[in-house]
Design a binder for this molecule. Structure first.
Ligand code: SF4
Ligand code: SF4
Length: 285
């Protein structure tokens, strides 16, 4: 079935007021530890802090979706954005996408990941019909990445510092052209951390743009409690504006990011709390 990708509210400004997206929180584990993330909270890949109300199994997620769609017929996108990383939980992620694809063939499918363990699953994602992938890439420099990530767990080994950053970055950059080969729309998320990576965003935009990424979403870091970056402070509105005006020479900046929760449901920026509360009725976890 040919899907209308213009109905994705995160990627199309005009669709934003009309179409809703839902995040299915089926991926609790993570394969890295970002120094701005307290995993009692949502994945900062896409989020503002706020606990995900529940974690669902793939079957529970589909039952929840069926009930939700009756209340919210304008849903156009099903996304998985945590609360950990989709590919630290590949079985749950793929099973959810497969079941959802069978039940809701007309909907778009979207994933948000740090990219570390994405590569082996790209063919399957294309077969299932995933049309949009968000990759969070924070710098092109392993030393900077070493400051942002406390650890990176890859192929059952834990790496720290620049060594971990290098492995993560290699996987992330490799995935952009592979996703584009499958005609998947690629968004890059970058968390702007003051004094850490804020001077490196322009060169990152240049590189990911050359590799074929479609759009870039620069997110101001939110200083979350009980994290290493708790006292770093948030970048100012002016700094964010300047960053966006620099990157637009290389890639289309995303202008209406809503920093969504891992269990978000509704129009961007107007999450439907009743829908988010429904999750509890479907979860036994
Ligand atoms: Fe948290 Fe997401 Fe980073 Fe994992 S990738 S540590 S869930 S922000
Ligand atoms: Fe996809 Fe991110 Fe939008 Fe969720 S918020 S639907 S993961 S682009």
């Amino acid at each position: 079935m040919q899907k209308d990708i213009t109905r994705h509210p995160c990627f199309n400004l005009e669709a934003r007021a009309k179409f809703a997206r839902v995040h299915l929180p089926v991926a609790p584990k993570c394969n890295i530890q970002c120094n701005y993330c307290n995993r009692k909270y949502d994945c900062t890949n896409e989020s503002r802090p706020g606990v995900t109300s529940s974690v669902l199994s793939p079957l529970q997620a589909v039952h929840y979706m069926k009930a939700l769609r009756k209340k919210m017929p304008n849903i156009s996108v099903i996304g998985i954005a945590g609360p950990g990383d989709p590919f630290a939980n590949p079985e749950e992620t793929l099973m959810t996408m497969k079941l959802a694809h069978k039940e809701f063939p007309d909907l778009l499918f979207c994933l948000s990941t740090n990219g570390l363990d994405l590569e082996p699953y790209i063919d399957q994602l294309a077969e299932i019909g995933v049309s949009h992938v968000t990759l969070t890439i924070n710098s092109l420099h392993p030393e900077t990445l070493g400051k942002i990530y406390r650890w990176v767990r890859y192929k059952r080994r834990v790496y720290r510092g620049a060594e971990g950053g290098k492995i993560l970055l290699e996987q992330q950059l490799k995935c952009i052209p592979l996703l584009k080969k499958k005609n998947i729309i690629v968004k890059i998320n970058t968390v702007v951390c003051p004094g850490i990576n804020d001077g490196e965003i322009e060169e990152l935009a240049k590189t990911v743009g050359k590799l074929g990424a479609d759009t870039m979403n620069c997110i101001p870091m939110y200083p979350t409690e009980n994290t290493d970056f708790e006292r770093l402070g948030e970048p100012s509105k002016l700094e964010m504006k300047e960053i966006k005006s620099k990157i637009c020479h290389y890639i289309r900046p995303m202008t209406h990011c809503a920093r969504c929760r891992a269990d978000a449901a509704g129009l961007l920026g107007h999450d439907n709390l009743e829908a988010m509360n429904m999750i509890g009725q479907f979860s036994t976890m």
